[in-house]
Design a protein. Sequence first.
Length: 466
Amino acid sequence: MNSEKEKQFDYMKKAGEIVKERASEKGRALTYFIQTFGCQMNAKDSEKFAGILEEIGYVATDGEDADFVLYNTCTVRENANLKVYGRLGVLKTKKKKNPEMLIAVCGCMMQEEEVREKIRQSYPYVDIVFGTHNIYKLAELVYDRLSSQKRVIDVYDEATMIVEDLPQHRKYSFKAGVNIMFGCNNFCSYCKVPYVRGRERSRKAEDILNEIKDLAADGVKEIMLLGQNVNSYGKTLEEPISFAALLKEAEKIEGIERIRFMTSHPKDLSDELIEVLKNSKKVCNHLHLPLQSGSSKILKDMNRHYTKEDYLSLVEKIKTANPDIALTTDIIVGFPGETEEDFEETIDVVRKVKFDSAFTFIYSKRTGTPAAKMENQIPEDVVKSRFDRLLSEVQNISSEVVKRYEGKTLPVLVEQINEQDSSLVTGRLSNNTVVHFEGDKSLIGQIIDVKLNECKGFYYLGSVAR
Ligand code: SAH
Ligand code: SF4
């Protein structure tokens, strides 16, 4: 029996009583708003926060004029940090108008001592601060704040437990993220994640598969298995299991039609996974394989444990087994010591691999990481010019590559009404390419055969196949 789970449900009830009282004083329901910064893990955590807040009795609203505002923060790049401080400034004015408003901040930034100190001193109107290792405690923290009027700052240095089966409120009815592991052991020299998310911990396969079965029973068709390095999933479990084996088990679950996963570290990608990608009907025809740099020297300084040649031969192996697969990647420009030649190596890999798309990032110096202490930090103007060159190279290649299905008919999972034109719906191919076509909201969540009439760079315009 998971006593922490029971304890937290108890806090949901107790906090719920206070929220109910306040709602009846106000003559309306209390509202909440969550802003998520950063990656899919954070998006997933936010669904858990939404579940807990709704269980307490808060009702979702669209903007920051809410009774409870929660910022789920990211610290991978400095920009993400700056955005949070900016938004907190705006909240100060809102709280003046609604003094009973509660403001909470959580997530990766809060794991950093200097951030907590800054919030403690310069943002006294922030009510609740918590970190990445105690997200399951949200109800308790809300209760503490509601019942004591004192601000609550609660951040753990390390993860202590994984609490299963707390409420979740999914953003989409037909697709869902599923955590398979937490943390990271890789310590890439530029990256803050291992410091703020802690050591790698895998969830038990049984818990993951049960969650997927429940999702399938609830109508979910597409799942995204989430971890910082899914290829090392399961290695430290009492009953070790490989990521490929987990995929094979997930695939057996009836009702699930598409399985995605994120992220694969090239150094740990197994032949067994390549086989699953090739043979599986449900595992999507897409692999996100972060390159970071094409220069073996820079890769070594990044502590990535592969060379340019390793990466290219891995891609070769993957493409030989799955000629149609869409490959996407992450690339960092301007890592300390990156010369023009190193940068050219990156461009060379981009040309050779022909990625369907690439997330390109300007290197951001993060305190506490080994790279921050490296000499030869690259001047901003040089980085900016390399970044622009890389981006245009990536875009040119991707618009060619994405086009390969023009004229074909392929299944599309419809996700939403098109944001610009409400006569269209927007969905994705198995390979993750976006498709827009005429349709209405009754199609959302369905997998429809769509003729891909015209490729517009990184997306398609199509029509329902007849
Ligand atoms: N675990 C994932 C990545 C998580 S962070 C992986 O290894 O692929 C997502 C991306 O942010 C990384 O792939 C990297 O490209 C980028 N990133 C991480 N730290 C960064 C930094 N200090 N500056 C710029 N980009 C960074
Ligand atoms: Fe960061 Fe590297 Fe871990 Fe990815 S694998 S989260 S880039 S340390």
